[in-house]
Design a protein around this ligand. Structure first.
Ligand code: AMP
Length: 498
């Protein structure tokens, strides 16, 4: 036994098993074969002189190799930092500057574009060619994991920054272990399960919630590179659990093929990362007979609450706090604890809660109360029978297609155009994306300004953050304190995409 906490508690159960663990369109990995791949990569890290606590920054398309890099990084005692592949070079430069990684693994294009040329890199192309795999091949397939304790950092996940800068949430070995074990138990996972995995793996949902549970329980993964409706529909009959964001469910509802028969082998549909409309919940049940189980979590806290497996799954709620996790509602103005049915700030305490933002002491301190609760920025309320509902977001976070967009970051870029006087970026309801990014702009009347603005942000923002529509108005609505009234704007434009 190596005393690498996460490895020993979660990853070591099935490592010698010949049982199929991951199946893709054109490959199959047993637990044993996957374990050996992880060990080869861990040995590569070791010979590349990547030491315990070093950061490994990874910008790769979804693949089994990418999953193995995650496990290898943990075994080598390092800190795993996956980032969304749609980030632009300037966004990657920021992550490099902030996290100071010892290794950056990405494709040639991404490596070529980074400003810091001193950083060690490993190249893996989207089609899985490139020198990285060549170097892995010659490594030994056994590896003694490096010692790591419960409170050591396992991963840093970047959230989108409320002030334009992303914050790196430090997740410890124990954060991940405690949450995996809780979810495994309440969602009744076993090695008979087959998870349909269409989520991205740079985010807490697809990486830690989905993947860690399968490693721990011995479940098989039907691994899809992305959510593609026809493939998902095809794989449903061969799976027992599906995890998704609400957009997946609205898209599935558009398929004529979705019905009771197609989903008869599924024992659980789970949704999270953004609000699932009660309407979607109902429609899905009437078409398939399944009540989607909605849960609530975030990068900084892993999963916090879940609707029950056996009890009533209430549409429009995110269920009960997970065992051992303390969830309370407080008055955002004075921190006073609020009772049943009162809307307030959701605050969380438990083994699931991260240990702070990497190199951001001030932001970390501001995010915790004196008695150690994390202030989520989400507003919610408890019903008298203990179900939590999320009412809105204190911070004006937009969730588009399950991905977070902080308006401030987009606004700062739009404001750079000399003809733009002021901007307000909001999320408005959108059938497909849940919410779509819309920019409301006050500007000088100039021909082709919209095209000019869109061109200027083309290479600076990931696609999911770019406005789906720009609206020019003469003045932004403000309150007496001078604050832009975004809620009013959201109301005005709520039917924009109807
Ligand atoms: P992320 O850090 O990307 O996982 O985003 C976390 C945010 O997503 C939370 O703070 C919530 O605002 C939102 N969120 C996650 N799950 C749900 C849910 N089931 N219902 C409503 N909002 C959710």
């Amino acid at each position: 036994m190596s005393d690498n906490f996460l490895n020993d508690e979660i990853f070591s159960n099935f490592e010698k098993s010949e049982k199929i663990f991951i199946e893709t369109e054109n490959s199959q990995y047993s637990f044993k074969k996957f374990n050996q791949l992880c060990n080869k990569i861990a040995n590569f890290l070791l010979v590349s002189k990547i030491k315990a606590n070093d950061r490994v920054l990874v910008k790769l398309e979804k693949s089994v190799i990418c999953l193995a890099i995650y496990i290898a990084t943990i075994r080598a005692g390092c800190i795993y930092i996956p980032v969304n592949t749609s980030y632009t070079p300037s966004e990657i430069d920021y992550f490099i500057e902030n996290s100071q990684p010892s290794l950056f693994i990405a494709n040639y294009e991404s490596i070529k574009n980074i400003s810091n040329k001193n950083i060690k890199t490993a190249q893996l192309e989207n089609d899985l060619s490139g020198p990285f795999l060549e170097k892995i091949k010659s490594q030994k397939n056994i590896f003694e994991p490096i010692k790591r304790d419960k409170d050591d950092i396992a991963s840093i996940l970047y959230t989108s920054g409320t002030t334009g800068r992303s914050k790196g949430a430090m997740l410890t070995h124990n954060n991940l272990v405690s949450n995996t074990k809780s979810l495994f138990k309440i969602w009744k996972f076993s090695d008979n399960d087959i998870l349909l995995h269409a989520l991205p793996i740079y985010h807490i949902h697809g990486l830690f919630v989905a993947f860690n549970i399968c490693l721990f329980s011995g479940a098989k993964i039907n691994f899809l590179e992305k959510f593609e409706l026809e493939t998902v529909i095809k794989k449903l009959s061969k799976s027992t659990v599906m995890m998704g964001v609400p957009t997946y469910y609205t898209r599935m509802l558009q398929s004529q093929k979705l019905n009771h028969l197609l989903t008869k082998n599924i024992r659980l549909f789970i949704s999270g990362s953004a609000p699932l409309l009660a309407e979607t919940h109902k429609e899905f049940e009437s078409k398939t007979g399944h009540k989607i189980l909605e849960r609530y979590g975030m990068t900084e806290t892993n999963m916090n609450t879940s609707n029950p497996y056996d009890g009533e799954r209430k549409a429009g709620t995110v269920g009960f706090p997970l065992p051992g996790i303390n969830v309370r509602i407080t008055n955002p103005k004075n921190g006073e604890k609020l009772g049943v049915d009162k809307i307030g700030m959701i605050e969380i305490k438990g083994d699931n809660v991260f240990s702070g933002y990497w190199k951001m002491k001030k932001q970390t301190n501001n995010s915790f109360t004196k008695d150690g609760f994390f202030v989520t920025g989400d507003l919610g309320k408890f019903s008298s029978d203990g179900y939590l509902s999320i009412i809105g977001r204190d911070k004006d976070l937009i969730i588009s297609g399950g991905l977070n967009v902080y308006p401030k970051e987009v606004e700062l870029l739009l404001d750079q155009n000399p003809n733009v006087k002021e901007t307000a970026v909001i999320g408005v309801p959108h059938r497909d994306f849940g919410e779509a990014v819309v920019a409301i702009i006050v500007a000088d009347n100039k021909k082709n300004l919209e095209i000019e603005i869109m061109n200027s942000i083309k290479n600076k923002l990931a696609n999911f953050k770019k406005p789906k529509k720009i609206i020019f108005i003469s003045e932004l609505p403000r309150n007496a304190m001078g604050k832009v009234q975004k809620q009013r704007l959201r109301n005005i434009y709520k039917n924009l995409f109807d």
